[in-house]
Design a protein around this ligand. Structure first.
Ligand code: AGP
Length: 610
């Protein structure tokens, strides 16, 4: 996901801009740039590659001035080149813009501008905005930006500045987050409050179809009728995760976040397990007891790892709440039109709260009048603000692009929500209390599970040169298999597929050979014998088997080529426990292969484009 930082105030802008970009680095990008203004001139510096490249450029060729904007770009239109990097400027160089989002009608706008003689230098959609703002500029930058965004179809989070209005920054938001930061040394614009930690004390979040203007001392937000709107000024600490977004003694953020999971799972449950009523409760559902009691169906929608958490949720709700659940990829749901009655609740799952497809699916559900909930990790994110109510994960910033602690926290929250619904319907107090005790035991069980790390590292060394890998599990461990495969493929670039264990007979078994390991999730549980049979079928065809199994399981150990043991838990908690060794396996294989574990190629931490 691209990142935006702007500053205007009493200090040199470029060091603040570069430092702010570094805090957004984890989101994934492929180029970076900044522009500052002083003495009626603008100073543009931008480079493909890492922010370190940009910092070197600025060190050797300073960009002076007390106001500026900057950007990390994750390429959508046009390759990752210096020219395509943001900021983009008008032909005369007097207007500069950085942009998050996608201008869907940029070709039409570009052709109109070219017909007027405008020459384009980049392949991006964003450059259109710079020329349009220049076209409409007549001494009022805010008005020029308003006139421009009224022509735009698509999404944008914008920061704009110009030579003629020193110290002035203008912002606009539709579908891509933008926040004003207020600090002692000046004011800021950013796509994420975390980038302003240590600089701003207060934040003001723009809503969709709002524009803003700020300088070092003042700020104003207007709607598209140009009326001033009152938006709450909030303490930035409300939006900063309580986990330090630093690696500490860990080599990578991903490893740190894997090891945080005993604490983040405890945080997900903190204050939400109610012994007196043998249920769970949540402060922010914002749905009436009648709405909750009358829920007859839940549609969960998400992308990627969050989608896999939703699949775990489907099994949880069926077992604990006896409720029908459908899990839909958000990118599919937003264009389908499934029959949904008024007793259907749409539940979005998202770590970042900014995934474009999930946000769009949520808006579509709201448009149809359905109650909407969001299970989300980032406080104040677009999806958290758009949903009627929700549940925060409280997992702290997840910096590694590969999601780990968010997955286990989502599964934990879904177990509690299923308990909540189950206790409204058929679960007895005794059953509810048993579930509470099993959930409370999780942090220590995860702490114990992490002890498999050294052994997993050995297996990574043994299998690290594989080119394909199957992940197989049944019931709750089928979504876990999907998630394990996603972890491996997204950080080690090895092709991996997750499948229901029984399904591999219907095709994938043709892939099995001595060079294609199969990871079986086969702890003791309701379908243990069935999965053992599937393991035998793979072994009979010469496929290596790595088993994740219960401690002391000699039967599995006698068949599998290698195995990783995990503590026994009830079936419904096995996705949380069994995903730990899979996360570690993917991590160690990726490290072995020299991959960029925290920022894998082509990936962004939050995909804010369709
Ligand atoms: C997971 O490891 C990936 N980084 C990706 O699939 C991610 O889960 C997906 O983009 C959804 O992101 P969200 O949870 O922030 O909505």
């Amino acid at each position: 996901m691209c990142g935006i930082i702007g500053f205007t105030g009493q200090r040199e802008a470029s060091p603040i801009l570069v430092d702010g970009l570094k805090r957004l680095e984890y989101r994934g990008y492929d180029s970076a740039g900044l522009i500052t203004g002083t003495g009626g001139k603008l100073h543009l510096r931008k480079k493909a590659g890492r922010i370190a490249e940009l910092a070197k450029e600025v060190a050797s060729n300073p960009a002076p001035g007390h106001y500026g904007i900057s950007h990390t770009r994750w390429a959508t239109h046009g390759a990752a080149t210096d020219t395509n990097a943001h900021p983009h400027t008008s032909t005369c160089g007097s207007i500069a813009v950085v942009h998050n989002g996608v201008i869907e009608n940029y070709q039409t706008l570009k052709h109109q501008l070219q017909a007027d003689g405008v020459e384009f230098v980049s392949e991006t959609d964003t450059e259109v905005l710079a020329h349009l703002i220049r076209h409409y500029y007549n001494g009022d930058l805010l008005q020029a930006v308003k006139a421009t965004v009224e022509l735009v179809k698509g999404t944008y989070g914008l920061a704009v500045m110009c030579r003629q209005e020193p110290g002035v920054l203008v912002g606009a938001r539709l579908g891509s987050p933008l926040v004003i930061g207020l600090g002692p040394d000046g004011n800021y614009l950013a796509s994420d409050a975390n980038a302003l930690s240590g600089y701003a004390d207060k934040v003001v979040y723009l809503n969709d179809r709002q524009i803003c203007q700020l300088d070092g001392e003042s700020w104003v937000i207007r709607n598209m009728d140009f009326d001033t709107v009152d938006v709450p000024v909030e303490d930035i600490r409300h939006y900063l995760g309580d986990f330090e977004a630093e690696k500490g003694e860990y080599e990578h953020f991903m490893l740190k976040e894997i090891y945080e999971q005993p604490d983040t799972i405890a945080n997900a449950m903190r204050g939400r397990l109610d012994d007196a009523s043998a249920t769970a409760h949540f402060g922010g559902l914002n749905l009436t007891p009648q709405q909750l009691r009358s829920t007859e169906r839940i549609i969960m929608t998400a992308c990627g790892t969050s989608y896999h958490a939703g699949l775990v949720g489907e099994y949880l709700f069926e077992e604990l709440a006896r409720m029908p659940v459908e899990v839909e990829y958000a990118s599919e749901l937003r264009y389908r039109n499934p029959p949904m009655d008024q007793k259907t609740i749409v539940l979005c799952l998202t770590q970042s709260g900014e995934t474009a497809d999930t946000l769009a699916a949520l808006k579509e559900a709201k448009r149809m009048g359905h109650p909407t909930l969001a299970i989300c990790n980032v406080v104040g994110s677009s999806i958290a603000r758009e949903a009627d109510g929700g549940i925060y994960l409280h997992a702290g910033p997840e910096i590694g692009v590969a999601s780990t602690k968010a997955f286990t926290s989502q599964a934990t929250v879904l177990a509690m929500l299923a308990l909540f619904y189950g206790r409204m319907r058929h679960l007895s107090a005794v059953q509810g209390q048993r579930i509470i005790e099993e959930l409370r035991a999780l942090p220590d069980i995860i702490r114990k599970t992490l002890q498999c790390h050294d052994h997993v590292k050995k297996l990574a060394n043994r299998y690290g040169d594989m080119h394909n890998c199957l992940y197989l599990g049944r019931q709750y461990l089928y979504p876990t298999a999907l998630e394990g495969a996603l972890k491996l493929k997204e950080i080690s670039y090895i092709h991996a597929e997750g499948y229901p264990a029984a399904e591999m007979k219907h095709g994938p078994i043709a892939l099995v050979d001595a060079d294609t390991p199969s990871v079986f999730l086969v702890p003791r549980g309701n379908v243990f014998d069935k999965v053992m049979s599937n393991m035998q079928e793979i072994k009979a065809r010469g496929g290596p088997v790595i088993a994740v199994c219960s401690e002391g399981d000699r039967e599995v150990a006698s068949i599998a080529d290698d195995f990783i043991t995990v503590p026994d838990v009830p079936d419904y908690l096995q996705p949380i426990v069994c995903s730990i060794p899979l996360q570690l396996f993917a991590y160690e294989v990726a490290v072995l292969r020299g991959c960029d574990v925290d920022k894998p190629r082509n990936l962004a931490k939050s995909v804010t484009v369709e």
